[in-house]
Design a protein around this ligand. Structure first.
Ligand SMILES: *[C@@H]1O[C@H](CO)[C@@H](O)[C@H](O)[C@H]1NC(C)=O
Length: 296
């Protein structure tokens, strides 16, 4: 029902709507998370990707469609417990800030996509590669294409917890899609192949974790940073924010998971976004193919 409403909202401004209609539409939807869906073709398979879209205040519109004139794009991958619905996703971290903190959302410069991994992702405890690849289609064919027109050279990836694992896997398999990657309380099932790819692609990586994380041990991020460093990833392309303490998730039922909420600190920190924006892709129009990692 909510999804249908989301689609309807996008469709409610007809293709030839007068400029006034577009402005009314934008006034209502800028600064919100708008539920959307995108039909992607991944190797001949049709994938329906559900996602929430945030349009920054810099967007305007013509002919019933938002136009964001080279705004940067940020993809946010949620954690395991958020799979299959927006309830928990929107109750914390970056989505919460965008929805509930007007001061934050008013100045937030990124076209932001919050894709939803279906509930089976919680069962396999991983962002399915098909879902990740459908996000690539969304970015290339919609968010950085006309009319939205986000900046292809400034597409950024972030993810937390299972989404941090997803961000590592995603960036390693399609590094030239992203100008920089921010991985929060993430982990891998083997640091070496991922580090090898990211060093080869010279991808800027910010790693964030709290030493007191009671869900995902900080050792997982220590290992990735070490693996990247050992392979000679340049310091200008690697930043590690290692908090001593972080809160638990902000929902009362999860507050016992002390230290896991490093995302509550990082996504509030303007320095994180400045760091992302320091990086942009050279040759953004080439090398966007997906290269699967050997399966473990
Ligand atoms: C809301 O956002 C502003 C600007 O980023 C920040 O200073 C403030 O601490 C935030 N408030 C909450 C409750 O997150």
């Amino acid at each position: 029902m909510l999804l249908a409403a989301g689609l309807l909202l996008m469709a409610s401004a007809p293709p030839n709507a007068a400029a006034a209609d577009t402005h009314r539409w934008l006034r209502k939807h800028r600064g919100q998370l708008i539920e959307q869906s995108f039909e992607a073709d991944v190797d001949g398979r049709r994938i329906t990707l559900l996602y929430e879209l945030f349009l920054p205040n810099s967007c305007t519109g013509v002919n019933g469609a938002p136009m964001c004139n080279k705004a940067p794009v940020l993809v946010f991958l949620h954690g395991r417990g958020e799979s299959g619905s927006y309830d928990v996703t929107n109750a914390q971290s970056l989505p919460w800030l965008l929805l509930k903190n007007d001061t934050f959302s008013r100045d937030f410069p990124f076209i932001t996509a919050v894709p939803q991994c279906p509930s089976y992702c919680a069962e396999i405890n991983e962002w399915d590669a098909l879902v990740l690849r459908s996000i690539s289609a969304l970015v290339l064919q919609h968010l950085t294409s006309s009319p939205i027109g986000g900046d292809r050279a400034r597409v950024y990836l972030s993810g937390q917890s299972m989404g941090g694992n997803g961000a590592w896997l995603y960036a390693a398999q399609q590094p030239h899609l992203f100008a920089a990657v921010g991985v929060v309380c993430g982990y891998t099932h083997g640091s070496a192949p991922i580090a090898k790819r990211l060093v080869a692609s010279q991808t800027a990586v910010l790693v964030c974790h709290s030493a007191d994380d009671s869900v995902i041990p900080v050792a997982a991020s220590d290992e990735m940073v070490q693996a990247l460093t050992n392979r000679g990833h340049p310091p200008s392309l690697l930043k590690f924010i290692r908090y001593e303490h972080a809160p638990g998730p902000p929902m009362p039922e999860f507050s016992s998971l002390v230290g896991h909420g490093s995302y509550e600190l990082l996504f509030r920190d303007p320095a994180f976004y400045s760091w992302l924006l320091e990086h942009r892709l050279q040759n953004a129009d080439t090398f966007t193919e997906w290269h699967s990692l050997p399966t473990h």
